[in-house]
Design a protein around this ligand. Structure first.
Ligand code: PSU
Ligand code: MN
Length: 318
């Protein structure tokens, strides 16, 4: 678990967020990589604003996290959201746990992934965080049996962060570009509860279902709040993943997701895309292959997750 006192030397918490935390009012952290790397302009800016509004409508205060000039900002103003959303491709870094130090040291803007946002949120004493889809084990990370193909070992640092930092992460499931069953096994091994809301199937990011059962599920946000209270109250140090299905009216049909993802992964392979660039590249490719349907689903699920996270934070109390 990060030492909150050390990280907090780098924090710059917005006044509204600081006041809410001091008064014991609910706060929801939001990440910024989905703004700078995960979605095209102008949908990214619309989503960033709509997510903050959804958190507010649920009775909580939003705190979007990013890096600027050596500081970890917790709570961005309208101008900062616009900078992140309109930055030319490649001009804003993607800061995860392994790249956070460099992002802080070199100055300028960086967007925070799930792992880096969890670190900042925990240091600020925020307990609830909303994103779109968590990172996980990429397909082919472990090699392909029988082909002699060596695995890439590309496993998102989101998973290790969930194992060590006590934050409730509300998402629509692991991203559909991943090896979802292996991602679930990894989370189980590392002791991270994964709980779906409202359905027994694991939500599948832009699809309603990932095609596998969720390890656990609860009927509603109240049920999720009870599990989050138990997990964080145990003091085990780790987080918890709460999965909310994408709104039905914009969900991409399972077979469409599968075909687009398979094709995008083949294309990424042929183009030699790897490392931190892979996830943004695959999301952009799936957007093209689904004629924008994946972007409509991704934007709606992010805002929906923010709303549910706001309700969850409000239910947690002090
Ligand atoms: N959710 C989205 N879009 C995104 C992400 C989440 O709907 O782009 C980002 C998050 O910041 C997450 C990151 O931590 O993708 C995962 O990247 P990687 O696979 O390189 O760890
Ligand atoms: Mn990776």
């Amino acid at each position: 678990m990060p030492d909150p006192r050390r990280v907090s030397e780098r924090l710059e918490v917005a006044a509204e967020v600081r006041d809410a935390l001091a008064a014991g009012r609910p706060v929801v952290a939001l990440e910024s990589t989905l703004i700078s790397h995960g979605l095209p302009y102008p949908q990214n800016l619309e989503v960033a604003r709509a997510s903050e509004s959804a958190v507010r409508a649920a009775g909580a205060v939003p705190a979007t996290v990013a890096v600027r000039d050596g500081r970890l900002l917790v709570g961005l103003d309208a101008a900062a959201l616009e900078v992140l959303a309109t930055a030319p491709a490649g001009s804003v870094r993607k800061a995860a746990r392994p790249s956070l130090a460099v992002a802080l040291a070199v100055g300028g803007w960086a967007a925070t992934t799930v792992s880096a946002t969890m670190i900042a949120a925990h240091a600020a004493r925020i307990r609830v965080f909303a994103t779109g889809g968590i990172g996980g084990v990429h397909r082919g990370a472990l090699g392909t049996a029988g082909t002699g193909r060596v695995g890439t070992l590309d496993i998102s640092s989101d998973l290790e962060e969930l194992a060590r930092t006590p934050i409730a992460v509300v998402c629509a499931g692991p991203k559909a570009i991943l090896d979802v069953p292996v991602t679930l096994e990894y989370l189980e091994t590392r002791g991270v509860p994964v709980v779906a809301i409202g359905q027994a199937e694991l939500p599948g990011f832009i699809a309603r279902s990932a095609g596998v059962p969720a390890p656990d599920w609860v009927p509603d946000v109240r049920g999720a709040a009870a599990v989050v209270t138990a997990q964080l109250g145990l003091g085990l140090g780790g987080g918890i993943v709460i999965c909310v299905p994408v709104p039905a009216d914009v969900a991409v049909p399972d077979d469409v997701v599968r075909a687009a993802v398979d094709r995008a992964i083949r294309d990424a392979d042929a183009a030699g895309i790897a490392g931190p660039a892979l996830t943004p590249w695959l999301l952009a490719r799936v957007a093209v292959l689904t004629d924008g349907a994946s972007v409509r689903a991704n934007t709606a699920l992010i805002v929906n997750d923010a709303r549910v996270a706001g309700e969850l934070a409000a239910l947690l109390g002090d």
